[in-house]
Design a protein around this ligand. Structure first.
Ligand code: DBV
Length: 257
């Protein structure tokens, strides 16, 4: 992997980060395509903050990995490790709007209260059969296989539901060996199988016509506007990096369509 940080195909430099095997796997799996750099401005590439009290301060390190391919406008991973007990991998694959396929999204969040794990193909147009039919047909068997081995993560806000697929894998797991084992034995292969299927959709995707691609673009913008406004990470990122930097990271990197 190139060591040129500015081209943003740099390695994520977070020692002991517990989600490394997941990102490494994703980068390997993506390598069936030609990976082009997706330049991330230097101020967002790596960021360190501190938090806590005067007697006990902790470091919060955030790194962004990104690339693009012929059909994926942006692939980006927000990788966070804070103190001894907070660790996040937020990975989103965003297709160009000339392809009629959903987003790939993974949100793996370790907090002092436990792991919160989400995996989905997030639809651009949830109620449009052209957009969803073939995809859900292939995704649902994977969902059924893995979700039944996991506790349900609980309700999500009503307004968010249009952005989740029927294959939304969603769970909360305890810290400690029980949670770790479920991550290794269930979440890891679930992630690999979702990503595998997604990359197959990308590979097979055919360009759509101009009229349709405008509809997809509007849907993609709606999705990112929603995420930019409701990003559940905002509170945490404010605490670590301040309001100004966080808002600009959300607008310019995470949800920049
Ligand atoms: N989420 C991000 C980024 C994060 C991040 C960039 C760098 O988009 C972390 C960090 N997600 C994050 C944190 C929380 C969540 C929650 C810290 C916990 C917030 C808290 O408890 O205070 C999946 N993530 C969530 C929730 C859902 C998802 C449903 C719970 C929201 C709630 O309880 O109201 N988010 C959702 C999903 C994707 C996503 C499927 C797909 C990429 O990003």
């Amino acid at each position: 992997m190139s060591s040129n940080r500015l081209n943003s195909l740099q390695e994520v430099n977070i020692p002991n980060w517990n989600w490394s095997p997941f990102l490494d796997h994703a980068i390997r799996a993506l390598s069936v395509f030609n990976l082009d750099p997706y330049p991330i401005p230097e101020v967002f590439l790596e960021r360190e903050g501190t938090y806590g009290s005067r007697s006990q301060t902790y470091t919060a390190k955030l790194a962004t990995w990104a690339c693009k391919t012929e059909k994926l406008r942006q692939v980006r991973a927000a990788c966070l490790e804070a103190g001894n007990d907070v660790s996040v991998l937020n990975l989103v694959l965003s297709p160009l709007n000339t392809f009629d396929i959903p987003f790939f999204g993974a949100d793996f969040v370790t907090l002092p209260s436990g792991h919160l794990l989400a995996l989905d193909f997030q639809p651009v147009l949830k109620f449009d059969p052209i957009h969803t039919e073939d995809t859900w047909e292939r995704l649902l068997p994977l969902y059924e296989k893995w979700q039944k081995l996991l506790p349900n993560g609980g309700p999500i806000p009503d307004e968010a539901k249009q952005y989740f697929s029927p294959g939304f894998l969603w769970t909360r797991l305890p810290l400690g060996s029980q949670g770790d084992e479920m991550i290794a034995n269930i979440i890891r292969p679930a992630f690999e199988s979702y990503l595998n299927l997604y990359l197959d959709l990308v590979e097979k995707a055919q360009s759509i016509n101009l009229e349709r691609s405008k509809v997809i673009l509007e849907g993609q913008k709606r999705y990112f506007n929603y995420r930019a406004q409701k990003d559940p990470a905002r509170g945490m990122l404010y605490r670590f990096y301040g309001k100004e930097w966080t808002e600009s990271y959300i607008k310019k990197v995470l949800c920049n369509l």
